[in-house]
Ligand binder design. Structure first.
Ligand SMILES: Cc1cc2nc3c(=O)[nH]c(=O)nc-3n(C[C@H](O)[C@H](O)[C@H](O)COP(=O)(O)OP(=O)(O)OC[C@H]3O[C@@H](n4cnc5c(N)ncnc54)[C@H](O)[C@@H]3O)c2cc1C
Length: 231
C-alpha cells in the first residue's frame, strides 16, 4: 500500500462550519470522479497497529485537472479529536492519503442520473457533476437534489442548473422526500445516494416502494456492505 504524504496548500471556507482542505497533488496520484480516500493525520502509523482516531474516510471533492486534492468536511465546535487537530493545522503541514477508490463513477448507460445527497455528502458528487459538464456522453440528464437543514448550501458555482444538468436544494427532509417521490416516476433512472446510514436506508425504502430496483441504486459502499443496505 502506497501512502502519500502531502502538504495542505489552502483552506477554503465553504459555509459557516464547512471547509475544503486543498492538498498538493503528489506526482503520479490520480483518481476517478466519486472517489474516496483514507485521510490520516501525523502519528496515525507510529505504532504496530494504525491509530484509527487519526484516520477518516473522505471523498475527494475535486477532479485531477483542478490540480489539487480537495477534502471537504464539517468541523463543528464540538468535534472529534481528528477534526480538532485538522482545524488547527497550518498551511504546509502534511497529511497522509492512501487506499483511494471510486465506488460511484458516473455510469454512461443512456439513463438519466439522479444524485441524492444530505449535507456535506454533496462533496462526493461535485467531481461527478464536473465530469458530466465536461462530457455529457451517455447521460441524457443529470439532476442533483441536496437536503441541508442548515440551508448553507455548498458549491453554488458548480451546482447551478444549465441545459442538461439541474440542481436543487431543500432545507427539510419532508421537502426532500416529496421531491424524491417525483423523481422515482422515472422508472429507468439511476439513483446515486450519499449521506448518513439513516438517510440511505430511508431513501432506499422510498425508492424501492415506488418500483426502483436495487440495480438502479448506487451507493458509496463496498460490495460486502451493499447487501446490508439493499437486501
Ligand atoms: C466512503 C466515505 C466517504 C466519506 N466522505 C466524507 C466527506 O467527504 N466529508 C466528510 O465530512 N465526511 C465524510 N465521510 C464521513 C467521515 O469519515 C466521518 O465519519 C465524518 O466526517 C464524522 O467525522 P468525525 O468522526 O471526526 O466526527 P465529527 O464530525 O467531529 O462529529 C460527528 C458528530 O458528533 C458530534 N460530536 C463529536 N464529538 C463531540 C464531542 N466531543 N462532544 C459533543 N459532540 C460531539 C459533532 O458535533 C457531530 O455532530 C465519509 C465516509 C465514508 C465511509
Amino acid at each position: 500500500m502506497q501512502i502519500y504524504w502531502t502538504p495542505i496548500q489552502r483552506v477554503v471556507q465553504e459555509a459557516p462550519d464547512t471547509y475544503t482542505f486543498q492538498l498538493e497533488l503528489p506526482d503520479g496520484f490520480t483518481w476517478d470522479e466519486g472517489a474516496h480516500t483514507h485521510f490520516a493525520l501525523e502519528g496515525f502509523n507510529k505504532e504496530d497497529k494504525p491509530n484509527r482516531s487519526l484516520i477518516r474516510h473522505m471523498s475527494i471533492s475535486t477532479l485531477p485537472r483542478e490540480g489539487a486534492i480537495g477534502i471537504t468536511t464539517r468541523i463543528k465546535r464540538e468535534c472529534s479529536e481528528f477534526k480538532s487537530i485538522l482545524r488547527d493545522m497550518k498551511i504546509g503541514e502534511q497529511v497522509a492519503i492512501f487506499k483511494t477508490h471510486s465506488n460511484v463513477p458516473l455510469k454512461r448507460e443512456g439513463k438519466n442520473v439522479y444524485l441524492l445527497s444530505a449535507g456535506v455528502g454533496l462533496a462526493t458528487f461535485r467531481p461527478i457533476v464536473l465530469a458530466y459538464l465536461a462530457n455529457g456522453e451517455g447521460v441524457p440528464h443529470l439532476h442533483s437534489l441536496n437536503v441541508d437543514t442548515s440551508a448553507n448550501y455548498l458549491f453554488n458555482n458548480v451546482f447551478t442548473s444549465s441545459n442538461d444538468f439541474t440542481a436543487e436544494f431543500v432545507d427539510s427532509r419532508p421537502n426532500y422526500y416529496k421531491r424524491v417521490e417525483t423523481m422515482a416516476e422515472d422508472q429507468d433512472g439511476l439513483f446515486y445516494l450519499v449521506g448518513s446510514d439513516d438517510f440511505l436506508r430511508e431513501t432506499i425504502a422510498m425508492l424501492r416502494e415506488r418500483g426502483i430496483t436495487r440495480e438502479q441504486i448506487i451507493l458509496d459502499k463496498r460490495d460486502f456492505q451493499l447487501e446490508d443496505f439493499l437486501k
